[in-house]
Design a protein around this ligand. Structure first.
Ligand code: KPL
Length: 308
């Protein structure tokens, strides 16, 4: 059967999306390796649901299986290669939905993908237990839109599907601002907790304040130069409040970057710190703290590669 939604990248978010959409629409999950089709999800309320999710390999896709939407839920560093392979297999014109962190893949693929590109920013919480089971840890909200407010009708069609599937989603005309805001939070929290091997809540400890404050101040200055409005009030205080709120709300979490280091995967530093450092250079703004975090993560990753 031709799927309406093709979900590429069977990590926790991809499988959560596939589980939700499969209740209402034909869905296929695309994976690079064989995975069990019998997939289990534990809901935020603790119920266990098991479904058959059709899983295909990317190499098996043909234009006959072209869906209404492709959801790309890979890590940011794997998104470009996956998108190239999808365009080659499925042909042009299919809306691509980018669920990645950061602000690197989004402008690049919005230029390169042969069709409309939507970006999604979500606060859904999910983690994988193994190849066949995952936990939907907390319900969140998703915002969807094209960069610069493009593709509003397509975004509305997608959020209608997501809402019918039980998620909470909105079509927005300011996804650029939302992606930068999420990136700002990730840039403040993720590298520090990953490099120190601590849960998010540890950043409330005074020993982290100097580095946390420096990362927030540098990020605030860069985003001000880009014209990204600070959240919750003017200036750097708005960014502090937002970051502190997320630290408190996710105090027990091991952030995604820490999970990446634990699993021996590369981190998403190029998608999160990379765009900030690049913009700082373009606007001639100093960002020594962000550069130091990036360099420390790079050497950690290099050491991990050598161990393998
Ligand atoms: O989004 C996150 C992540 O882990 O990537 C935060 C907000 C840091 C929560 O853990």
């Amino acid at each position: 059967m031709t799927p309406r939604h093709l979900v590429v990248g069977p990590g926790a978010l991809g499988r959560m999306l596939a589980h939700a959409l499969a209740d209402r629409y034909p869905v296929k999950l695309v994976a690079r390796r064989a995975l069990p089709e019998r997939q289990t999800l534990t809901t935020p309320e603790g119920r266990t649901l098991t479904r058959q999710l059709p899983i295909v390999r990317l190499e098996q896709l043909t234009p006959a299986q072209a869906p209404a939407f492709i959801h790309l839920t890979t890590k940011a560093y794997a998104a470009d290669d996956a998108a190239d392979a999808l365009a080659e297999r499925l042909g042009p014109g299919i809306p691509l939905v980018l669920w990645q962190n950061g602000f690197a893949v989004q402008p690049r693929l919005s230029e390169r993908w042969p069709g409309p590109v939507l970006c999604a920013s979500t606060t859904e919480g999910a983690y994988a237990l193994d190849d066949a089971s995952m936990v939907h840890a907390g319900r969140g909200e998703s915002a969807v839109g094209g960069l610069d407010g493009r593709h509003a009708e397509t975004a509305q069609m997608l959020v209608d599907d997501l809402n019918r599937a039980g998620m909470t989603a909105d079509a927005v005309d300011d996804i650029d601002t939302r992606l930068w805001r999420k990136l700002a939070v990730n840039a403040a929290i993720n590298p520090l907790v990953a490099l120190n091997n601590v849960p998010n809540g540890a950043l409330e400890d005074a020993r982290f304040h100097r580095e946390l404050d420096a990362a927030i101040a540098e990020t605030a200055a860069i985003l001000a130069a880009l014209g990204v409005a600070p959240p919750e009030g003017a200036g750097v205080d708005g960014w502090h409040r937002l970051v502190n709120r997320v630290i408190q709300a996710t105090a027990g979490n091991r952030a995604s970057m820490l999970q990446d280091l634990d699993a021996g995967r590369p981190t998403e530093r190029n998608a999160i710190l990379g765009p900030l450092i690049e913009q700082a250079r373009q606007h001639r703004l100093p960002c020594p703290q962000l550069e130091a975090l990036n360099a420390r993560l790079a050497s950690w990753e290099a050491a991990q590669r050598q161990e393998r």
